[in-house]
Write a protein that binds this ligand. Sequence first.
Ligand code: GDP
Length: 304
Amino acid sequence: EDLDKGLEKSSTSFLSKLTKAVAGKSKVDDDVLDNLEEILVSSDVGVNTTLKIIQRIEARVSNDKYLGTDELNKILREEIAGLLSETNSGEASEFEVPKDKKPYVIMVVGVNGVGKTTTIGKLANQFKKSGYSVVLGAGDTFRAAAIDQLQIWADRVGVPIIRQQMGSDPASVAFDTLQSAVAQNADVVIIDTAGRLHNKVGLMNELTKIKRVMEKVISDAPHDVMLVLDGSTGQNAFEQAKQFTAATEVTCLAVTKLDGTAKGGVVIGISDQFQIPVKYIGVGEGINDLQVFNKYEFVDSFFK
Ligand code: GDP
């Protein structure tokens, strides 16, 4: 319901814009397609993905010769669901911890302010509620506030946190965290990292070093690298995805702040352009405001 609440605002505008775009037209023609292109771009779907969608609709128009505007909504939904299906297989339900990974290690990356700490806290809570033991690692050692914030979440959720002083080596924190998790026989480890986008090489070196050190404790860790993006930042989110995917192998995404004025189109564009599945969406500041991404629900909300 939270997703509906948030996206309704945006999708009302998406739908109302779409309705306006076809007003007085019974047939999907070049005018309608031009308007549609504008709407998709202004909904943060991104230029490349927008063009892909437009091309697919053009192909259907030329196949059918006549495509009524009354069908456009349905066809758009199909195309968007199709795009999301390329990277988001199946219907998401509860998140499962792989049985053969113990502890299962998630490294979380993203720039400051996107909701990284909050997402880690919410995620730790979900795992704990599902019966898993969780250890957090405060790897963002460049900001004292980041360590303190994560500590607050660890206390709130009731899970242990491994931290060092501000300014210490993030890789060393990651190493300690994994060792501690192994010693405690923990199920899940979530490691925070610094969100500095100083430059590409700097970011790459930092994340590579953390991974290398983790491998000393658990040879195939981290098992997932989750990039957190703020869904309300449009073009910035695309830019961040570009930089982080160039710096490290991102395996999944969490898109936050979809409860606000975010248009949600970021989810469609980023999962398509970077071919990375969206695992979670953030729909509020509260501890329970994290949902496993369900592409069907998402498309429904987007078009509501
Ligand atoms: P970090 O710097 O990336 O660790 O960001 P934080 O986790 O500290 O979050 C930054 C701000 O965004 C905080 O005020 C959070 O409460 C807020 N925030 C995080 N996720 C969401 C979300 O899904 N929805 C909303 N509305 N706010 C969020």
